[in-house]
Design a binder for this molecule. Structure first.
Ligand SMILES: Cc1cc2nc3c(=O)[nH]c(=O)nc-3n(C[C@H](O)[C@H](O)[C@H](O)COP(=O)(O)OP(=O)(O)OC[C@H]3O[C@@H](n4cnc5c(N)ncnc54)[C@H](O)[C@@H]3O)c2cc1C
Length: 362
């Protein structure tokens, strides 16, 4: 915290929550402002499947950030559960990438497996019998599968709430139902953040409002570069298989989507990538896509009950460079952390630490 006030973090999604938690745990004064409820829809963090996989073959800075996050997660989730009483429902289900055609099998074995090996993720190849033995609900037409043991998962809303509760335990002030609608500047500093009812003095400001960050950044003044983030709707659903249905143990990948088993027995199937602005409809096309995924990935569960469908808005980066986590200039006490699209849950714990490093100048 600088002499002129706390760090004000705007946005109580997983990114703002992770930043607030990391800062507060270091003894920095934090105010976290969320316009609705933490981890609620249609925020991406309320919607996410929270499949957390090493980013093998991705841009190296992002891959390293993901690894920093994944290394931190088991201990972080344990300590949040113990200290806050909120269970992030961490698990390590591992992943099977399903191959049903020869070219898929060669791509997985020859291209993906070495990338996962280089990322330290212990890939192994299962033949058809082994894949079916381990996951009886998958298609009998499988010809093999690449298994990644390292894949983790959490419950996204619970993880987000646990991070916020952890921040509050370390002294952070949480204000929900508090939309930020403006800023007061003196020269190259933001000196206060404005809400409908208050003006909150700040030493530093972190914009972490997900897909809504571009709108917020426009309130800062014409000299601040635009934040190139846009919403992308993800439609997704949960299946609640009966006790007699084959149990899914691994995250399953294929056919342009995934199925993520959760510790309570539900299976999250997703997700669409719809560039439709902030339209939060569930559509027939979306449902058809999700239904097809079930048929492609887990046909053994195609007659099980759909428990729930929902959608949220991924903050997708449309800029030239990587999405930012830090200063974007020209304001000297402004940081931006958004635009992580479909990997925000995976890298959140790392981003929290990286932004806290910058704020506390470690
Ligand atoms: C269907 C779906 C599935 C996904 N699956 C995965 C996955 O398996 N693995 C993975 O790593 N990622 C996944 N993602 C992506 C991941 O969920 C996001 O990248 C991540 O949640 C983004 O977090 P965020 O905090 O940046 O944004 P958000 O979670 O959207 O949070 C932004 C917050 O800012 C608040 N806000 C906005 N404007 C204001 C304002 N003016 N004042 C105050 N508060 C404001 C909003 O209310 C919101 O709570 C998925 C996303 C979706 C939609």
């Amino acid at each position: 915290m600088s002499a002129s006030g706390p760090v004000v973090v705007i946005g109580g999604g997983v990114i703002g929550a992770a930043i607030a938690q990391s800062l507060a745990a270091r003894g920095t004064g934090v105010v976290l402002l969320e316009r609705g409820h933490v981890g609620a829809l249609p925020s991406a963090s309320g919607a996410s499947a929270a499949l957390l996989e090493p980013l093998a073959g991705a841009e190296p800075t992002l891959a390293a950030m993901a690894q920093r996050s994944l290394d931190r997660l088991p201990g972080l989730c344990d300590s949040l559960r113990a200290s806050t009483g909120i269970d992030p429902r961490w698990s390590r289900p591992g992943t099977l990438f399903i191959a049903r055609r020869d070219r898929e099998a060669s791509w997985l074995r020859d291209v993906r497996a070495p990338l996962f090996a280089a990322a330290g993720a212990s890939p192994s190849w299962l033949n058809a019998d082994q894949a079916l033995e381990c996951e009886p609900a998958i298609s009998p037409n499988v010809i093999g599968a690449l298994r990644i043991a390292a894949t983790q998962s959490v419950d996204a809303p619970s993880f987000t709430r646990a991070l916020v509760a952890g921040a509050v335990l370390h002294g952070a002030v949480l204000m929900t139902g508090t939309p930020v609608n403006g800023f007061r500047r003196i020269g190259r500093r933001v000196v206060a953040v404005q809400t409908d009812t208050d003006e909150i003095a700040c030493g530093q400001v972190v914009l972490a409002a997900g897909a809504w960050t571009a709108t917020l950044a426009r309130q800062l003044g014409a000299d601040v570069p635009s934040v190139a983030v846009a919403p992308q709707r993800g439609q997704i659903m949960a299946l609640a298989p009966r006790g007699t249905a084959p149990r899914v143990r691994h995250v399953l990948h294929g056919a342009g989507g995934y199925a993520v088993p959760k510790p309570d027995g539900t299976i999250i199937v997703g997700a669409t990538h719809d560039d439709v602005g902030f339209d939060d409809s569930i559509t027939p096309d979306g449902l058809r896509f999700l239904g097809n995924l079930v048929h492609e990935l887990i046909p053994g569960l195609a007659s099980e009950t759909i428990q729930r469908t929902w959608c949220g808005f991924r903050p997708v980066w449309r800029g030239q460079d990587l999405p930012p986590w830090g200063s974007v200039g020209p304001l000297e006490n402004l940081l931006v952390a958004t635009g992580y699209g479909a990997i925000g849950l995976t890298i959140a714990a790392g981003i929290g630490e990286a932004v806290a490093d910058q704020v506390t100048r470690r």
